[in-house]
Ligand binder design. Structure first.
Ligand code: NAD
Length: 247
């Protein structure tokens, strides 16, 4: 589904991002895996080489807060693979600190990674995509972008911003043949969730109509659809992948 396409996946070294990288590679894309540290990027690349010996993959770890560094790294990917067709803005952190204990630094950290990075990467990618005649920008939102969460307001606020950016950029970039969509996962079994004890997981599952938490692959499948030409007339959408656990 992604033959001859070039993709960048931020936060691609583990969890949802790594599942997206694998799915994209399986579907014929060349993928640049972006992570926060060279060590984790190298580990992810080694795993990919073992799973898919013929895969076209590379790795980078720019500071996503730094617009100039992001633009420079994106230009390197274009140089390396010849294009940037798909950007997945997936890197993100969450917080659950109660409002009364929230520090300004903590709040800023969420804003920097979950919002500013998305802006920086989207801007740099859009410039390249416009020149190329089109592209796809995808963002990882969250089900908390629809209803908020009871503690840690910075995280849902950042994902509301991601939705806002998705819808606005879809309107702004449509004329340049750039589609912009987001995937809003529910609770997904990444390392953090997999480590939770049964007594925490069971009541959680009881609130999910499909009766289970999501697998990273469930989320990756949605990204594959939106990245591919199967979604050629889909833009500005926030696609929930949450088993209908929306409140
Ligand atoms: P994870 O912690 O397993 O992976 C996070 C990724 O982000 C890693 O690859 C890491 O390298 C990268 N990252 C973290 N800090 C970074 C930084 N400062 N600079 C660059 N990269 C950085 O998380 P995950 O659960 O796979 O989450 C991925 C995305 O999915 C996030 O945007 C998260 O908000 C969203 N999400 C996750 C869930 C869930 O239940 N796991 C639910 C909804 C949304």
């Amino acid at each position: 589904m992604l033959k001859n396409k070039v993709a960048i996946v931020t936060g691609g070294t583990r969890g949802i991002g790594f599942a997206v990288v694998k799915k994209f590679v399986e579907n014929g894309a060349a993928v640049s895996v972006w992570g926060s540290r060279q060590e984790t990027v190298d580990k992810a690349l080694a795993q990919l080489k073992e799973l898919y010996p013929d895969a076209k993959v590379s790795g980078k770890c720019p500071n996503l807060k730094d617009a100039a560094q992001v633009a420079e790294t994106m230009a390197q990917v274009k140089e390396e693979f010849g294009a940037v067709d798909i950007l997945v803005n997936n890197a993100g952190i969450s917080q659950s600190t109660p409002l009364y204990n929230y520090t300004a630094e903590e709040f800023q950290k969420i804003v920097d990674l979950n919002i500013t990075s998305v802006f920086n990467c989207a801007q740099a990618a859009a410039k390249i995509m416009k020149e190329q005649g089109g592209g796809v920008i995808l963002n990882t939102s969250s089900m908390v972008s629809l209803y908020g969460q009871p503690s840690g307001c910075g995280y849902p606020a950042s994902k509301f911003a991601v939705n806002g950016m998705t819808k606005s950029l879809a309107r702004e970039l449509g004329r340049d043949n750039i589609r912009v969509n987001a995937v809003a996962p529910g609770v997904t079994k990444t390392d953090m969730v997999a480590a939770l004890p049964d007594e925490m997981i069971k009541p959680l599952i009881a609130t999910i109509p499909l009766g289970r938490v999501g697998e990273p692959e469930d989320v990756a499948n949605a990204f594959l659809f939106l990245a591919s030409d199967m979604a050629s007339y889909v833009t500005g959408e926030i696609l929930s992948v949450d088993g209908a656990a929306r409140s």
